[in-house]
Design a protein around this ligand. Structure first.
Ligand code: FAD
Length: 287
């Protein structure tokens, strides 16, 4: 099924993101974790893509496993900054063969020292290529606090609109910890004429080091409520995990109350976390 048809249903969706293994040694354990997450029957799942493209087969393999064994529709991520058009075409053929109809079109981060290939500068170009390649439903990324490289929020929204005009049919947001950032972003997007469904990306805080790494990579700001949690529980992993999951549930319930169309949960391949969060939202999602 196409993700756009799932998102157009008249209730907030809950989708899960998982990541593929980096090496073949861990393929089986990662496949097992992602399938345990699929067994929770989210509306759909997305599978990330290694930035350099060298592990693209793992993305396709994990995505196909989820879809075939659990009947959960998948959204395969695909990045282009370090890829040639030829490689992109190969991956798209691979996805088609496996019956995967949905692609999240991403630029990817530019590696230090520059990208090894130069066919693509921006995700909008990838969106156009995917559109020309077949009948895929195409998604794109968006940034409630603005993308790190954007000089200002106005140009960020302008380029986002170009990506949607190029053919992105829905958007998934970067993680954020202050819902007001997301609500303000939604308002800017709608004013700019971006009228596709936008899912809010939520990452539960499970460890101090992982959250510090994520924040330094993507520039998300930490509200005081969260810095207090990190200060108090940061050295106590079990307590931080409880507080981080509670924070994510609180964020999601407020987002749904505020009318967001969908939640995309960064599960970090942890079935217990996905289960706990999804289990706390059953009635909230049905109101
Ligand atoms: P773009 O949409 O191309 O935007 C990148 C920057 O260029 C922005 O600042 C934008 O404003 C600017 N821009 C766009 N068009 C123009 C233009 N014409 N002129 C000037 N500036 C322009 N990375 C991975 O490696 N693998 C993944 O699986 C992955 N999954 C992700 C999932 C989500 C939901 C998100 C939010 C991010 C993900 N990323 C992933 C990270 C992503 O690749 C990086 O954030 C990357 O730096 C930007 O990708 P993009 O597709 O948003 O790029």
């Amino acid at each position: 099924m196409k993700i756009i048809d799932i998102l157009n249903q008249d209730r907030p969706t809950l989708s899960f993101e998982v990541f593929p293994p980096k090496t073949s040694d861990t393929y089986d354990s990662v496949a097992k974790a992602t399938q345990d997450i699929a067994a929770l029957r989210p509306d759909f799942m997305s599978v990330t893509y290694g930035a350099g493209g060298g592990t693209s087969d793992y993305t396709v393999g994990i995505a196909a496993g989820i879809q075939q064994q659990y009947g959960v529709d998948v959204l395969a991520h695909l990045t282009c900054a370090s890829s040639t058009r030829e490689h992109v075409a190969q991956v798209l053929e691979n996805l088609k063969e496996k019956g995967i109809q949905n692609v999240l079109a991403l630029r990817g981060d530019i590696p230090e020292g520059g990208a090894p290939a130069h066919d693509y500068q921006y995700a909008a170009q990838l969106v156009k290529d995917i559109k020309a390649h077949g009948d895929f439903c195409i998604g794109g990324a968006c940034y409630p606090e603005g993308h790190l490289e954007s000089p200002d929020l106005v140009s960020d929204i302008r380029h986002l609109k170009e990506k949607v005009d190029a053919g992105a049919q829905h958007l998934v947001s970067q993680l954020f910890f202050d819902n007001e950032d997301f609500f303000r972003f939604l308002e800017r997007a709608r004013i700019a004429g971006i009228d596709v469904p936008i899912e809010a990306g939520i990452m539960p805080v499970l460890s101090r080091s992982s959250i510090q790494r994520m924040v330094s990579m993507c520039g998300a700001s930490l509200p005081r409520k969260l810095t207090r949690i990190l200060a108090r529980y940061g050295d106590h992993p079990a307590a931080l995990r409880e507080a981080g999951i509670a924070y994510a549930i609180d964020q999601i319930s407020d987002l749904i109350a505020g009318g967001v169309e969908g939640i995309h949960l960064y599960t970090m391949n942890d079935p217990a976390v996905a289960q706990q969060i999804a289990g706390s939202l059953t009635s909230i999602r049905s109101v």
